[in-house]
Design a protein around this ligand. Sequence first.
Ligand SMILES: Cc1ncc(COP(=O)(O)O)c(C=O)c1O
Length: 424
Amino acid sequence: MFKRSLSNTTKKMVASNLIEANSFQVTTYARPENLCFTRGKNAILFDDINNKQYIDFTAGIAVTGLGHSNPEVAEVISKQALKLVHSSNLYYNEECLKLSEKLIEKTIQFDGQSDATKVFLCNSGTEANEAALKFAKKHGIIKNPKKQGIIAFENSFHGRTMGALSATWGIKYRVPFGDLVPHFKFLNINDELGKLQAYIEQNASEIAGLIIEPIQGEGGIFPIPTEKLIGLKKICHDNDIIVIYDEIQCGLGRSGKLWAHSYLPKEAHPDIFTSAKALGNGFPIGATIINDKVNNALQVGDHGTTYGGNPLGSAVSNYVVDVIADQKFLDHVNEKSKIFVSFLKSLQEKYPNQIKDVRGKGLILGVEFAESPASIVVKARELGLLIITAGKTTVRFVPALTIEDDIAQKGLEIFEQAVKEVLN
Ligand SMILES: Cc1ncc(COP(=O)(O)O)c(C=O)c1O
């Protein structure tokens, strides 16, 4: 009876022939063979098809901050789905209004001071950045039609749509797609601040905005030094250039504060910042949060999206933000961070020639190896741990912020075992 109701896809999956089951998917992803997750519980993922389970230090690429299949999130989804899923941006909806107010209030509370005043809701990280770039360009163009360039940084990742992609450093992401959006310029954050400022000042009449991740994620987990962010904000402020912080990966508690920029003094806070990933704990949602300077440049009709701010996504994010924007929750993140950092630093001491650096903040951490750690990732998976790389030589640790201490410890021990087996 059960067997008769199986689809062809499921039959192939049960037979562990995932390559065949995958033959109808566009070939844009490289995936390990014979690994297919069927359920999750906080920081554990289960592959019931192959009867295996894994400790997950990837959290869906820094998405499931509150863990896989969080029962409270599931309850919010099911209650809201029975009430109202979507009504469009033709009309107001309560959850969207509540979420916008909450994001501003919590930002003011956790940043100490903030001039963030308005929120644009969308459905993903790349869309949140797309809105940010458009808003910055509009602000510039109003002043001077030539003031429409965007400064981005080497090692950045901002998304895959044409605007966000134009600000993304990796050549492999950009080059296959020919001409992208014009007037994007990449600077190297490791250059002296004076040099960066001089370039921006000299070209200010043609620069609308600057976009940067306060902690670069995909590029290799590089926290940007505070003095650099203060100096960049100052030169941009003095030259009427909009500063955008991409907090899609490093925001919402991941750094140990509500936002990664919450560590910074007020003078380095952004004009726009973007959030996504953890904002929906896996439900697709993104947000672009702006100040009045940016908002004053916008008019009805300038931007929009059918799904953005829908009641279902907004209800999930209302729950997520309530949980994460709580000092006790953030204190726990910092406690868990200590478990990871002390273990990884002592591992570095055991392998001083092969492990070059342990860096990051909160639960966005990177271990940089002297060579590509790709085989360590594969070995860890064989041993029951999921990790991902960032940049060419770094392993990234972005587990659920709610990971249990003993699961974290067990996963770290598996990581050490993988390092040992590969390096020895
Ligand atoms: C910093 C940063 N910005 C933007 C994005 C794009 O987000 P999405 O994949 O939701 O479009 C990502 C995704 O990895 C990211 O890490």
